[in-house]
Write a protein that binds this ligand. Structure first.
Ligand code: HPA
Length: 262
């Protein structure tokens, strides 16, 4: 089946600090169910500029589902069934790279998965064949370029590269764990990047991450990590995230769906 891009809303999965998306002109809200259970919250249908958008709060609204208990499969499946073929995952992250301090925005290009015990594939149960999807480039190149251009236009401080280390949580890391992640090549650390990215890839969706650094990762500053510091960075950085979303929406909406997703 071929779709015209106009049929495809862009999906936005909001994380910590983005439970609702101000600026979204809301058209409706739907509680949906999937074969994998219920998503974290209702799907909020709306428009950002002229672009149809479906917004989903990853941790529920109000914020209550911890990262290791998010039903990532239901979230991605619900967006897919609602017609979404391009997803922007907004993630609060800790900064490891020296240029990625609080309120910095990152559009990562790679991910390392340190999570465990999370249902992380759609391909299980009674299968006709075993499927190993290619995941060399976990983030969609075209969508990353659009976000990068939008970030340049937004005036917000950002980096257009970075390796996202996905940890299990919900606790933050030890300083030694962060040193290990750094040796592995991670530039930022977060708890929600996986399995979201791979599930989107399994359904052939374009997926891209927009990370907002909300604290220096453990051991990267003189202090322990406090909620006050995190809230301050969210307050400071979220307007940049929102303006990148607004600027990029039309371009993301024009992307043709990957053929694997039809
Ligand atoms: N570690 C893991 N996840 C996070 C962090 C962190 O320092 N900050 C925000 N999410």
């Amino acid at each position: 089946m071929t779709f015209s891009s106009a049929n495809h809303p862009v999906g936005i999965i909001g994380g910590t600090g983005l439970t609702t998306l101000s600026g979204l002109e809301i058209i409706g809200q739907q509680q949906v169910d999937t074969a994998w259970g219920s998503p974290s919250a209702g799907l909020v249908e709306g428009r950002l500029g002229d672009q149809p958008v479906i917004f989903l709060s990853r941790h529920g609204n109000p914020h209550r589902i911890p990262p290791h208990q998010v039903n990532y499969r239901a979230n991605i499946q619900a967006l897919f069934e609602a017609g979404v073929r391009t997803v922007v995952g907004v993630n609060a992250v800790g900064g490891i790279h020296r240029d990625m301090g609080p309120a910095h925005i990152v559009i990562p290009d790679q991910i390392i998965d340190y999570t465990w015990g999370r249902p992380s594939t759609f391909f299980e149960g009674e299968l006709d064949e075993v499927t190993h999807i290619d995941f060399t480039w976990p983030y969609d190149g075209d969508a990353r370029q659009i976000l990068t251009d939008a970030a340049g236009g937004s005036g917000a401080p950002f980096s257009d590269f970075g390796v996202y280390g996905a940890t299990q949580g919900p606790r933050l890391e030890t300083a030694a764990e962060i040193r290990r992640l750094e040796r592995d090549g991670c530039d930022l650390v977060g708890m929600t990047g996986m399995p979201e990215a791979v599930l989107a890839a399994e359904l052939g969706m374009r997926y891209v991450c927009l990370g907002l650094v909300v604290n220096w990762a453990a051991g990267k500053s003189e202090h322990i990590i406090t909620m006050a510091e995190i809230e301050e960075a969210i307050e400071k950085g979220m307007s940049g995230v929102k303006s990148i979303l607004e600027i990029s929406m039309a371009g993301l909406g024009e992307l043709t769906p990957l053929s694997r997703s039809s």
